[in-house]
Design a binder for this molecule. Structure first.
Ligand code: A3P
Length: 296
């Protein structure tokens, strides 16, 4: 990957009221018309909800715990990131997805109303992972600091307001988790929570195994758990994004594999900020049956 500074894309543009990178927005027609297949598996998340972790779990299950096979390529090459658009000759998510032999595993951060309709038509399997708002915000803030392809987050105080207003790439966290929650029973969707995965990886990984209709031994299951633990993934260059040049992701500012702990938000929110956030949260989440744990 040879990205020049001028290829980086902090420029943004909305599509249907959702903030996107300008390149994604310009490519929107093609993204919307993407042709899904019945045997596609889609991993859908709001940014920073545990996407990469889930991708590694899924890949390990699909490859029967073969660590070597899972190290065949970077996460982002193993699982095309559907809407992510880069200037040619770099491969955009759509290019990678269209080239990939089936069965494919794909990644998206799109809010539910913006998912290409072919996924619903083909009844592709979807794993959605949700993470509590405060930890997502903290993680997204640090990621925006280190990833030069994302808009500059500004100061912490500024970013809290930007996040609450949903003026970040892929839009409002609140609408995202609620939107996917509302449709989960009408489609082939496994809806998981980051906090549950952290609390009991074995239990949650078993749910994924079942959803994928796989049958794996206890030994393989234990390998999946070990290989996808935070500490092991942090050391895995094919899963920790360190193969990208530091002009794109600067891990010295904040590593991609940063903390991986529910409740880290307490190290960032002041008491007043937290109370203010909670009050706004109650309004935005009113009427939804979804509940989150902000610590475990
Ligand atoms: P933190 O910044 O809170 O550490 P995504 O893959 O959706 O971008 O999410 C990234 C977040 O998931 C980061 O959170 C990262 O550390 C965390 N993460 C990645 N792999 C993990 C793992 N194996 N266990 C727990 N958390 C993990």
């Amino acid at each position: 990957l040879h990205l020049e500074e001028q290829h980086l894309q902090p420029e943004t543009k909305e599509v249907n009221g959702i903030l996107m990178s300008k390149m994604m927005s310009d490519n929107w027609d093609k993204i919307w018309n993407f042709q899904a297949k019945p045997d596609d598996l889609l991993i859908a998340t709001y940014a920073k909800a545990g996407t990469t972790w889930t991708q590694e779990i899924v890949d390990m299950i699909q490859n029967d715990g073969d660590v070597q096979k899972c190290q065949r390529a970077n996460t982002f090459d193993r699982h095309p990131f559907l809407e992510w658009t880069l200037p040619p000759p770099l491969n955009s998510g759509l290019d990678l997805a269209n080239k990939m032999p089936s069965p494919r595993t794909l990644k998206t951060h799109l809010p539910v109303q913006m998912l290409p309709p072919s996924f619903w038509k083909e009844n592709s399997k979807i794993i959605y992972v949700a993470r509590n708002a405060k930890d997502c915000l903290v993680s997204y803030y640090h990621f925006s600091r280190m990833n030069k392809m994302l808009p500059d987050p500004g100061t912490w105080e500024e970013y809290v307001e930007t996040f609450k207003a949903g003026k970040v790439l892929w839009g409002s966290w609140y609408d995202h988790v609620k939107g996917w929650w509302d449709v989960k029973d009408q489609h082939h969707i496994l809806y998981l929570f980051y906090e549950d995965m952290k609390e009991d990886p074995k239990r949650e990984i078993k749910k994924i195994v079942k959803f994928l209709e796989k049958d794996i031994s206890e030994e393989v299951l234990n390998k999946v758990i070990y290989h996808t633990s935070f500490d092991v993934m942090k050391q895995n260059p094919m899963a920790n994004y360190t193969t990208l040049p530091s002009s794109i992701m600067d891990h010295s500012i904040s590593p991609f594999m940063r903390k991986g702990m529910p409740g880290d938000w307490k190290n960032y929110f002041t008491v007043a900020q937290s109370e203010d956030f909670d009050e706004d949260y109650r309004k935005k989440m009113a009427g939804s049956t979804i509940t989150f744990r902000t610590e475990i």
